[in-house]
Design a protein around this ligand. Structure first.
Ligand code: ADP
Length: 464
């Protein structure tokens, strides 16, 4: 942004106008000059031929100076040009200025005319300015008698060309100036949003994520500004999520560590009895399990996020997978007095990463058991639909509000922190479910309302 676009644009237009005006101007001047000269030459030729015709008899039958003198002076008066008649010996026999009579006059034009050819040429003299020389032959049949020589003052033509050039220069300069000012103005209009964007980018670079730039109008620049605002908002959100994630992860890691430390300190000093030590060790073991699960979950999420988690897809029996799930959670369910019900389905084989889907379904069933009251039933089942395979987990537990349903898939989000912790949850379970199902190209749907229990449905497409 150091050299303003306005100046660049202005100077570019100026150069373009200069080139256009010089080219156009020289063509116009050239055309104008040659058209004017052609007309003048035509005119001069016409009456010099008349003079030639009239003077021919007088040159043939001895030179009648008086008549020829009258002739040239008469025409000279009518036209304002100097006219001479030259005989074939190149001597001036009549001169409207009566200056060179009797003198020999040789110009290339006179020589040519005496030879029988009309000749014209433009000369520029310091003394007279621009003069057109024109010489036409005087002849009688085949007999060459001399030439009529006209020196026409065409300074008026030069003056007119000069005046036209001045007008063109004036026109070019004023147009250039107007366009220069307009382009500065236009560039200011155009670079205004760019300048705002530049400031926005600077703000972002300084770490002020979420910076928004003002949007005025509806053109490519405003589209860019809109895209910038969206990007900035997204970065701010990502930044916030990242900070929250780090804070949550540290907190979650710190809690079991603090418990372990407290337990270890309590058992130091050898004051505890053997049963008490066993109890402490069992508690420490539980906290270590919790830490192990937490770090495992975090690692898996990070692998998925960095696209390092590849699916090992193979064909799995869905019924078998469900049975294994129930088998694995049966002890916990029994402990909580909860009935696990597997709704039987037709035999179905599906392409998926069996381990990953097992992990996702385990989290759902585990939640069903954890968030249901004693004596409740948690059912699990599957069936095929046109979009693919549905696997569902349904409980008669706490349920949740619509506003909560939107958040439960966020990392570390827990409705009831105390209860979740007490059941060993860290708030990562559903985030992992969502990521695994996403990796398979599927989706998770929740149907739940407070006190009515919840149903989670995982829909997997035919091919992951
Ligand atoms: P957690 O480890 O805390 O269970 P999840 O990510 O699995 O973490 O679940 C997030 C939160 O969603 C839980 O803390 C709980 O409040 C709520 N939740 C999950 N499943 C259910 C369910 N079946 N019934 C009621 N609430 C649930």
């Amino acid at each position: 942004m150091k050299t303003s676009i306005g100046w660049k644009l202005g100077f570019t237009y100026l150069i373009l106008i200069f080139i256009a005006m010089v080219t156009l101007g020289s063509f116009i001047l050239e055309d104008f000059q040659s058209a004017y000269l052609a007309a003048t030459r035509e005119n001069l030729l016409r009456y010099s031929n008349v003079i030639a015709n009239k003077s021919a008899p007088f040159l043939r039958e001895g030179e009648n100076h008086d008549y020829l003198d009258f002739l040239v002076r008469d025409y000279s008066e009518q036209t304002g040009n100097r006219i001479m008649i030259i005989n074939k010996g190149k001597k001036v026999v009549a001169d409207s200025a009566r200056e060179w009579v009797g003198q020999e006059l040789t110009t290339p034009e006179i020589n040519q005319a005496i030879d029988g050819r009309t000749a014209t040429q433009v000369y520029r003299f310091d003394e007279y300015g621009t003069v057109l020389y024109l010489a036409v032959p005087i002849a009688s049949g085949q007999q060459k008698l001399g030439a009529v020589f006209i020196a026409a003052d065409i300074n008026y033509l030069v003056d007119q060309v000069e005046a036209l050039r001045e007008r063109l220069v004036l026109f070019g300069a004023s147009t250039g100036l107007v366009i220069f000012i307009l382009s500065l103005f236009l560039a200011k209009l155009m670079t205004g949003p760019l300048q705002r964007l530049y400031q926005g980018v600077q703000e972002m670079a300084a770490g002020n994520y979420g910076t928004q730039v003002k949007i005025k109008g509806n053109d490519e620049f405003t589209a860019l500004a809109r895209a910038f605002n969206q990007m900035s908002e997204k970065i701010a959100m990502e930044d916030k999520n990242r900070k929250e994630f780090v804070a949550n992860a540290s907190h979650e890691l710190k809690t079991p560590l603090a418990s372990i430390k407290a337990l270890a300190e309590a058992s130091l000093g050898g004051k505890l009895r053997t049963e008490e030590i066993d109890e402490v060790l069992a508690d420490i073991n539980q906290e270590v399990d919790r830490l192990d699960k937490l770090t495992g979950d975090l690692l898996l999420l990070s692998r998925i996020e960095n696209n390092r988690q590849e699916l090992k897809v193979n064909v799995n029996s869905v019924g078998e997978l469900m049975q294994q799930l129930v088998k694995k959670l049966e002890p916990l369910a029994r402990q909580r007095d909860i009935v696990l019900e597997l709704v039987p389905g037709q035999e179905l084989y599906w392409s998926m990463d069996g381990d990953m889907i097992f992990r996702a379904m385990f989290n759902l069933l585990d939640n069903g058991v954890k968030y249901s009251p004693r004596g409740a039933t948690v059912s699990i089942g599957y069936h095929r639909i046109s979009e693919g395979l549905i696997m569902w987990v349904s409980d008669q537990g706490l349920g949740m509000k619509a506003s909560e349903r939107e958040k439960i898939f966020n990392r570390f989000y827990r409705l009831d922190k105390a209860r979740s912790r007490e059941t060993g949850g860290s708030g990562l379970g559903l985030a992992i479910v969502a990521e695994i199902v996403n990796l398979h190209g599927g989706q998770v749907l929740v149907d739940s309302s407070p006190g009515q229990g919840s149903t989670f449905r995982v829909i997997l497409p035919e091919k992951p």
